[in-house]
Ligand binder design. Structure first.
Ligand SMILES: Nc1ncnc2c1ncn2[C@@H]1O[C@H](COP(=O)(O)OP(=O)(O)OP(=O)(O)O)[C@@H](O)[C@H]1O
Length: 330
């Protein structure tokens, strides 16, 4: 559905002059700085995938999304969406794309929400019956009715984001590019947006590329995640294997039914010994909490080992916090 072949994007910006009349001198300066925002990225996204596209500030995420949606022209490389090039066949591609930039609305600021939808329906040549059918669906899913007649500038951020998402879906695109759709939202509003995104991916089969700084978005929505760092992809795979590859310890708390005995080497966790693959971090009555690295020992091995210490009654696992995993990747 999306094919990206070695895309690059450099920005040329004038070097800012210091001192008196700096503005005017910068304007007429011939000195430029080249910023390589995207430095050769390739990937494919299949129909129906929900892919997270993450990276630190300034990594090149928005620049990539802008190249994919045809807003920016790559300095080199090629983008193909649904078999078409977004620059050469802009009109046809735009019909198959929905784009949401969380920081900026595509709705008309001073007009009631309803009017923006009327304009968009005309722009995308959505016929009246389809428009009404989709609006009915979105109104129900995103509760648009409450602010249907309100000018966009008076909407809360959560309402505005719901309206923007519905607007991006009005022409029934196959592919959605979402750049920070949950930015600045409270817990409840985020949950509503995530619920909607999950639904349109799973029930309506939309292919979604999601940029976000909220790792809960990624964990709850994406099966696959791509990490961009300084303009290059540094990871492309499942969220699960990203966790595992980073090798942060999993916390496991076991409760023993009767007496139990922790072998001495596990308590005196010596980093170099083989036993250090399991480290006891807390003992409280019948429960023992250990840290183990699942890159070194799989779950079954860990449980087998713990079973030698006493009769197991209960076991609880806590994966490393995804924020911590990502912190290591960045
Ligand atoms: N129009 C532009 N002119 C010059 N430099 C630009 C332009 N757009 C982006 N850049 C630079 O390119 C780099 C990548 O920017 P981009 O907005 O793609 O990052 P990002 O990963 O989306 O960051 P963030 O998470 O902060 O939104 C940054 O150094 C940015 O300053």
């Amino acid at each position: 559905m999306i094919e990206v072949q070695d895309i690059r994007k450099s920005f040329k910006t004038p070097v800012v002059k210091e001192g008196r009349f700096s503005g005017i001198r910068t304007l007429f300066s011939r000195e430029y700085r080249i910023k390589e925002a995207v430095r050769g990225i390739s990937f494919k996204v299949d129909r129906g995938e929900f892919v997270g596209y993450i990276g630190p500030n300034g990594a090149g995420k928005s620049t990539t999304i802008k190249m994919l949606s045809g807003i920016l022209h790559p300095s080199s490389g090629e983008v193909i969406i649904g078999g078409m090039n977004p620059h050469r066949e802009r009109r046809a591609v735009v019909k198959r794309l929905g784009v949401v930039f969380g920081q900026r609305s595509q709705l008309w600021w001073d007009l009631p929400v309803r009017d923006s939808f009327d304009i968009l329906a005309k722009m995308y040549a959505v016929d009246e019956a389809d428009k009404l059918q989709r609006l009915g669906q979105f109104t129900e899913l995103l509760d648009l009715q409450a602010f249907w007649e309100t000018p966009v500038r008076k909407l809360s951020l959560g309402q505005r984001m719901r309206a923007d998402l519905a607007a991006a879906m009005l022409h029934d695109p196959d592919v959605l590019f979402l750049d920070e759709p949950t930015i600045g939202l409270d817990v409840n509003a985020k949950r509503n947006i995530r619920h909607f995104l999950k639904l349109i991916n799973e029930e309506f089969g939309k292919t979604i590329l999601l940029t976000t700084h909220d790792m809960d978005d990624i964990e709850q929505l994406c099966s696959r995640v791509m990490v961009i760092n300084e303009g290059r992809l540094s990871y492309d795979g499942t969220v699960r294997s990203l966790r595992d590859s980073i090798g942060l310890p999993t916390l496991i708390t076991v409760t023993f039914r009767g007496p139990f005995q922790i072998p001495a080497p596990y308590l005196a966790a010596d980093e170099d010994s083989a036993q250090a693959r399991i480290r006891v971090t807390r003992v409280l009555d019948q429960s023992v909490t250990i840290e183990a690295n699942r890159r070194e020992m799989n779950t079954l091995e860990i449980v087998k080992e713990l079973g030698k210490w006493g009769e197991l009654d209960d076991i609880e696992m806590q994966d490393p916090d995804f924020e911590d995993v990502i912190h290591k990747v960045y």
